[in-house]
Design a protein around this ligand. Structure first.
Ligand SMILES: [Zn+2]
Length: 164
């Protein structure tokens, strides 16, 4: 399994993390599942991020996505918008590795968690039962393409050839 994201989108998330430092930043990842190379495995393509306020009581060491942003994204998805594939948050001064607290929050199997660690290191994790980390998170490859996504009409034909 892999998570695909464009460089501009990834840069925007890292910039948000840097701006929020020393607090944790967070937001939603919108996108869709796409067939992987030779249909070997499903991939997740992130096409949009939605920044959200971190409404946790201690945003220096916890994160909680603003529920209003979550509700609006769910509503938009029902009306034909991109699906919520997961979310991202940062660990200012820490590693891009989910913590034990993160593991306690990870209840939805199949979600993608993107973490931004110190120095802008980004790693992607997939929530699944029996995952290698805390029994919940499995590390997944983050495939960064140089450009933003193609128009939806063309998207089905570019898989596997976007990075030439
Ligand atoms: Zn965390």
């Amino acid at each position: 399994m892999a998570v695909r994201i464009s460089r501009p989108l990834l840069d925007a998330i890292v910039a948000q993390a840097r701006a929020a430092d020393p607090l944790e930043c967070c937001g939603l990842l919108l996108g869709r599942p796409v067939p992987g190379p030779e249909h070997a495995a499903l991939e997740i393509e992130i096409v949009e991020r939605r920044a959200a306020a971190n409404v946790a009581a201690h945003p220096d060491r916890r994160f909680e996505v603003d529920p209003a942003v979550l509700i609006a994204a769910h509503r938009a998805a029902r009306q034909g918008g991109s699906a919520i594939m997961g979310h991202y948050h940062s660990h200012p001064g820490g590693e891009a590795i989910p913590s034990v607290v993160d593991a306690e929050m990870a209840r939805a199997e199949g979600e993608i968690w993107l973490l931004v660690g110190k120095a802008g290191v980004v790693r992607a994790w997939h929530v699944e039962r029996g995952g290698a980390l805390h029994g919940v998170f499995e590390p997944v490859e983050l495939v960064v393409s140089p450009h933003a996504r193609l128009a939806p009409a063309d998207a089905g034909r570019h898989e596997g050839s976007a990075i030439a």
